[in-house]
Design a protein around this ligand. Sequence first.
Ligand code: ZN
Length: 431
Amino acid sequence: MIKIFKGNVIFTKTMQSFEEHKNSYIVTKNGVVEGIFEKCPEEYADAEIIDFGDSLIIPGFNDLHVHAPQWLNMGIGYSEELLPWLEKYTFPLESSFEDEDFARKYYRLFVDDMVKCGTTRACIFATRHLRATEILMELLEESGIGAFVGKVNMDRNSSDALQEDTQTSIDETLALVKQDKEKREKAALNGELPLVNYIITPRFVPSTTAELMTALGKIAAEYDVPIQSHLDENLDEVAWVKELHPECRSFTAVYDDFGLILPGKTIMAHCIHNTDEELKTLKEKDVFIAHCPQSNFNLSSGVMPLRKYLDMGMHVGIGSDVSGGHTLNMKEHIVEAIHASKCYHSVHRESAPLSTSEAFYLATKGSGSFFGKVGSFEEGYDFDALIIDDTNLLHEKQLDTLQERLEKFIFTGTVDNITNRYVKAKKVTCK
Ligand SMILES: [Zn+2]
């Protein structure tokens, strides 16, 4: 089916600059971009045109790292660092998701908030509870946005209420992986791909025994399922991993040795305190790095050397890391990424701060590329888009370029400026 969207189109094909198409037509076929045209091509004369007038059409935001249950804790406990914060705030909250009614109520609010903020795809940690994870996946499917979701695995050093038995953790993960495989095979019969998929989610090394990590690595390889976890976030955490696994050369090596780094299919969140040897592995294995600047500030974790990773040609995207981060609004995380790079630059003058186009790229195409051709309006990309009415931001001032209008929205706009959301050219309704 052909659908045509008209408006002021702006996106980042590369990090270096914005692509601007004023008053243009984006032609989509079955949810995928065919091309952008100044005049509507004759061959599409009969197709439906959705005209957004002077509004901006931008790619949807993609959140590469977020914890759905922690949505309730946004803004709380930031006087602590990671490990005591997990003990005091996160584990007690996550244990409440044993209760299905509780899970449904708050996961619904989480999903609604995510849609409202303009996130069109996300990589999500649930809790260790199987049923609550299924509920979260169902709610995401109903919403129309895309996601990878994982039941968290944690069989050591957790609270009594959250700690799993190793075999149960393996069995439940395998059940969810098989369920997901069946869903994908069923959709494939109709030539479709499900928007919500499973991702194997060991919480982090201190929470998972060698036996569990080995089993999860085997399941991931056998069923070709992606993996997400945390890496080198906090110095106390790094020291703890060294104590737990003196046999491994580094934190990264623990994941690698247990088969938890699948080339091109693994996300590691934070990556602040990595050694050069670890970076070499991450680069060789094509690992996606989820940069979570707001969380890194809130929990005093440090400032990630982003420029170094970009210069190395690493895959980097941006994560809200709620509730290490205190908002799902990816626009705010774009700003935080710029601020973090400027902080880093103030101490390391050779490391250039992030430009707006670079930061925007990271939250759209950078994170989006984990999902396939997502996060851009180049030919062949899924049409995931936000329509931005910025009339109230412009006042009397005439801004010269679409870039200036987009910058104004990112720094001074609100979610109320987002008037429409699309995933694969299908409208997503905001509650
Ligand atoms: Zn996290």
